[in-house]
Design a protein around this ligand. Structure first.
Ligand SMILES: NC(=O)C1=CN([C@@H]2O[C@H](COP(=O)(O)OP(=O)(O)OC[C@H]3O[C@@H](n4cnc5c(N)ncnc54)[C@H](O)[C@@H]3O)[C@@H](O)[C@H]2O)[C@@H](O)CC1
Ligand SMILES: [K+]
Length: 244
């Protein structure tokens, strides 16, 4: 199905409006975003075949979506492990999410791993979620996330990788076609992408099998105002597949 895209600048403006005049808190939006990610993963790589999920979380709200998704995945029957090497310890929201994960007995690795530890961690999981960076990312990647993406590239053809909002490393607006800026070893080709609110321009270059839209929190009126296409979500689902 064809879809309209939302540039990184407009996505940030929509986010701002949702959290001001529309009256949402970031916690609410993140909860719905993370639930969408967990649902998309369940539909594509169910716990019966892909039980062990490694969720790699970055320092911003994309990482927060990953923390929320991990909790839902546990409730859906998965065994998630979270790798969260750059936690902002002054942020109450992220601290609360971490407390929830602890209560749910989900392993959270917060110390930076060595290359061999990272390799083993990736190998022992059945699938990976990239919740490192979303629409506020600007290439090139900085450490330790450059090395993490390099490791993910090693398994991208053998292991499912689901990216939250944008594949980390891609330019949000230009996509993966940024050879002048970034070495190809940092350009992931994931199998699944969960765009939030609306797909970002870079997602036009996504070649994986599963492209979902999630983040079901925009009213018809707001969609019209910002020229956002909201496809019909099936029933009570939090995601709709775009590439069918
Ligand atoms: N309205 C929406 O669509 C919503 C979006 N949410 C999520 O929020 C994301 C955007 O969150 P944020 O604005 O916090 O930003 P991100 O999570 O995309 O990234 C912000 C962090 O990345 C760092 N960063 C940027 N470029 C970097 C580089 N080259 N190397 C290393 N670090 C770099 C920044 O210093 C900052 O700490 C979206 O993509 C989506 O996943 C949801 O949580 C809530 C609702
Ligand atoms: K991401």
């Amino acid at each position: 199905m064809s879809f309209k895209v939302l540039s990184s600048t407009v996505a940030a403006a929509v986010d701002k409006e949702l959290m001001s005049t529309v009256g949402f808190s970031i916690d609410q939006l993140m909860e719905l975003a993370g639930l969408s990610v967990a649902q998309a993963v369940y539909k594509t790589y169910p716990p019966s075949t892909h039980n062990k999920v490694l969720v790699i979380c970055g320092p911003g709200n994309n990482g927060g979506d990953g923390l929320v998704a991990s909790r839902h995945l546990k409730l859906f029957g998965y065994t998630p492990t979270v790798y969260y090497p750059k936690h902002k310890s002054s942020n109450v929201l992220f601290n609360n999410l971490l407390t929830q994960l602890k209560t749910f007995k989900i392993d959270v690795l917060q110390n930076e791993l060595s290359n061999s530890e990272l390799k083993s961690l990736i190998n022992e999981n059945d699938q990976i979620i990239d919740a490192i960076f979303g629409f506020s990312f600007h290439p090139p990647l900085r450490s330790p996330f450059d090395t993490i993406i390099e490791h993910l590239k090693q398994v991208e053809t053998s292991k499912p990788i689901t990216c939250v909002d944008c594949p980390t490393g891609w330019d949000v607006d230009k996509g993966p076609n940024i050879a002048d800026l970034v070495d190809a070893k940092y350009i992931l080709n994931p199998s699944s992408l969960v765009s939030l609110t609306a797909p970002k321009p870079g997602s036009k270059f996504f070649k994986g099998n599963y492209h979902y839209l999630g983040g079901r929190f925009i009213s018809k009126e707001m969609a019209q105002k910002w020229d956002i296409d909201i496809p019909n979500y099936p029933g009570v689902d939090q995601v709709v597949r775009l590439n069918i």
